[in-house]
Design a binder for this molecule. Structure first.
Ligand code: AKG
Length: 357
């Protein structure tokens, strides 16, 4: 199908509203980046930054429950306090499953556009599944170079019934085999602030679980576009599988960006805003972004964990007592989430909504 790249309304409808995605543009033969995808200079990732960071050294989670517990717990705590990002190996998710996830992400996006478009928000047969392009394309200065499918978890039965083929089984297996590890990491982080969460509270704080599959098509001019703009995640912890292409960057304290290098068999973990709020700022939600590339299409598979919408979040009393001040106010997670999804990505601005006056 011939797409009129000059007419921005036609282009937006083709990519976003009709669900052809950025992949549909590339498949239609587009060879230069159309204007709606051109980022303002301040957001572009002009040169490939060779800087890597501490997250290049993965943490061995199998050592957490042995004689090296203290050492490993310290590594996790230090990473969460500084970068907000770390990588883990021996995490309990099989390498075979990680490979299957990447394959099935490619399979999902390789389907004809009309098949994927059945999951567009406005028409999706299930409220659990949403397919689309970019974060809030209607409000963004420039559209992100990314197609995605989101799968919200309620229970196994509904996941297997409603999540799309060809990824439902593997996505569910990924979620189930990761959750124990995620809870263990949260426990370690809580231990360090002197908090032992009751099982019920832990389950409420991790009650929203969503698996996404992201697809970043190969881009003819990566220096003009971004895959995902600067943002932090809203929840507790995010677990991310990335393929070998690379392009995930985290912001350092001095404002520079460093790449989280792809490591075969490793999973990336990052701190979300909720954990920053609960810990009164001790743990840092990580500002991150994704660059595009012309060497191939990249896939990533994040699992987002967040509180139940009805959960109240705020700095934990034990931490406030220690710090002598509450840096965030108490609020309903539903309100935090509504605000988060109503704005385009803008670094860590999402946290302003929770800041104490
Ligand atoms: O693809 C990645 O590496 C990161 C994805 C991400 O930040 C997101 O989906 O929010």
């Amino acid at each position: 199908m011939a797409v009129n790249y000059e007419d921005q309304t036609i282009l937006f409808d083709f990519v976003v509203k009709q669900g052809n995605g950025v992949k549909g543009l590339i498949d239609s033969g587009m060879s230069c980046v159309p204007q709606p995808f051109v980022q303002p200079p301040s957001e572009r990732i002009a040169t490939l930054n060779g800087q890597t960071c501490e997250a290049a050294q993965p943490i061995d989670l199998s050592q957490l429950d042995g004689p090296h517990h203290k050492e490993v717990a310290k590594q996790i705590v230090e990473a969460a306090e500084t970068l907000g990002f770390f990588q883990v190996v021996n995490h309990g998710v099989s390498i075979e499953l990680l490979e299957l996830l990447k394959t099935s992400a490619h399979e999902f996006f390789a389907q004809p556009p009309e098949k994927k478009a059945t999951y567009l928000k406005e028409v999706s047969p299930s409220k659990l599944v949403k397919y689309g392009t970019s974060f809030v394309p209607e409000k963004e200065k420039a559209i992100e170079w990314k197609d995605y499918v989101s799968m919200l978890y309620t229970n196994d039965h509904e996941a297997l019934q409603h999540w799309p083929q060809p990824c439902r089984e593997v996505a569910l297996a990924f979620l189930k085999s990761s959750m124990q590890m995620v809870k263990r990491v949260v426990e370690v982080l809580m231990e360090d602030v002197g908090v032992r969460l009751e099982e019920e509270r832990m389950n409420s704080l991790m009650g929203t679980k969503m698996v996404n599959m992201n697809y970043y098509p190969t881009c003819p001019s990566p220096e003009l576009t971004i895959g995902v703009g600067r943002h932090s995640d809203m929840g507790m912890l995010t677990v991310l599988l990335q393929d070998g292409i690379g392009g995930l960057y985290v912001r350092l304290d001095n404002g520079d960006w460093a790449e989280i290098p792809p490591l075969n068999g490793a999973l990336v973990i990052n701190v979300g805003d909720t954990l920053q709020i609960l810990s009164n700022g001790k743990y840092k939600s990580a500002e991150h972004r994704v660059r595009t590339t012309n060497i191939g299409s990249r896939v990533s598979v994040p699992i987002f964990t967040a509180p139940n919408p009805s959960e109240k979040i705020g700095p934990l009393p034990q931490v406030v007592k220690r710090d002598g001040v509450a840096r965030y106010k108490e609020l309903l997670f539903q309100d935090y989430m509504n605000n988060f999804f109503s704005q385009p990505h803008d670094g860590k601005k999402s946290l302003d909504f929770a800041r104490a006056d």
